[in-house]
Design a protein around this ligand. Structure first.
Ligand SMILES: Cc1cc2nc3c(=O)[nH]c(=O)nc-3n(C[C@H](O)[C@H](O)[C@H](O)COP(=O)(O)O)c2cc1C
Length: 229
């Protein structure tokens, strides 16, 4: 699989089969992902990989919390600014419309939306999950490094025929995750990531993207060339 195919075939998959993901495949992916870039090579990612009984226990505890209507844990970082401005607000709205539209859930049906979101705590059926932490003393550039690492993991998973779904949702139940993983005190859970083989019977609309000119500016050369002349 070439890089373009890995990039364009990666999607946030929200339906996995229970087919086992071999440990050696995960080790191969994570060994290669370690070559991700980071400022001054800090490699600020701390990844925990969960499969089998510990993952089953995590899903069970999280789903029990949902069923009990327990509030989420106090947040350690803002997932989105409280007042999202344009054009991000419109993009988020469009995503919600696409996501819940494909599930046949009306915008105002909050309970149905919550039920759909609860699939996060089952990792959408995935038999493997990765939880990525970052040291709380590190700053924005290191959070960006972690993002590059996670994208590299997701692309390498595609090369192995696997799919993924990154999940900030897990930060809502970060204490439950910590009960299972016992991470050092100084780490913040950024996100989880479900990993597995796609269940192709679960429908999944492709998300759209803003046109290139909304997000990319080409600054081209005539001025610089005239200086050089
Ligand atoms: C950091 C991050 C956190 C995300 N958290 C969640 C999540 O908690 N649950 C979920 O279903 N999708 C989550 N997503 C998936 C996004 O909704 C998805 O990437 C976006 O809508 C674009 O769609 P695509 O990945 O299928 O191209 C997350 C994505 C990223 C990058």
């Amino acid at each position: 699989m070439d890089v373009y195919e890995a990039v364009t075939s990666r999607r946030a998959v929200r339906g996995f089969t229970d087919r086992h993901v071999p440990r050696e495949v995960l080790e191969r992916v994570l060994s290669a992902a370690a070559w991700s870039p980071s400022g001054s090579n800090l490699q600020p990612w701390h990844a925990y990989v969960l499969t089998g009984a510990p993952l089953a226990e995590l899903k069970k505890r999280a789903l029990e919390r949902v069923a009990a209507g327990a509030p989420g844990d106090e947040r350690e970082y803002e997932t989105y600014p409280p007042a999202l401005k344009s054009p991000y607000r419109e993009r988020r709205f469009a995503f919600g419309r696409e996501r819940y539209g494909e599930l046949g859930i009306a915008r105002e049906d909050w309970a149905a939306r919550q039920r759909a979101a609860a699939a996060n705590w089952d990792c959408f059926g995935a038999p493997a999950a990765l939880f990525c932490y970052i040291d709380r003393e590190l700053g924005r550039p290191q959070w960006a490094d972690v993002g590059m690492y996670l994208q590299t993991v997701m692309l390498l998973l595609r090369a192995e025929g696997l799919h993924s779904c990154p999940q900030m949702a897990w930060s809502v139940y970060r204490r439950t995750v910590a009960e299972i993983l016992s991470p050092p005190e100084g780490l913040i859970l950024f996100c989880g990531m479900s990993i597995g083989f796609e269940d192709v019977t679960v429908g999944c609309a492709r998300t759209g993207r803003a046109p290139l000119e909304e997000t990319v500016t080409f600054v081209e050369g005539s001025v610089l060339r005239s200086h050089a002349a």
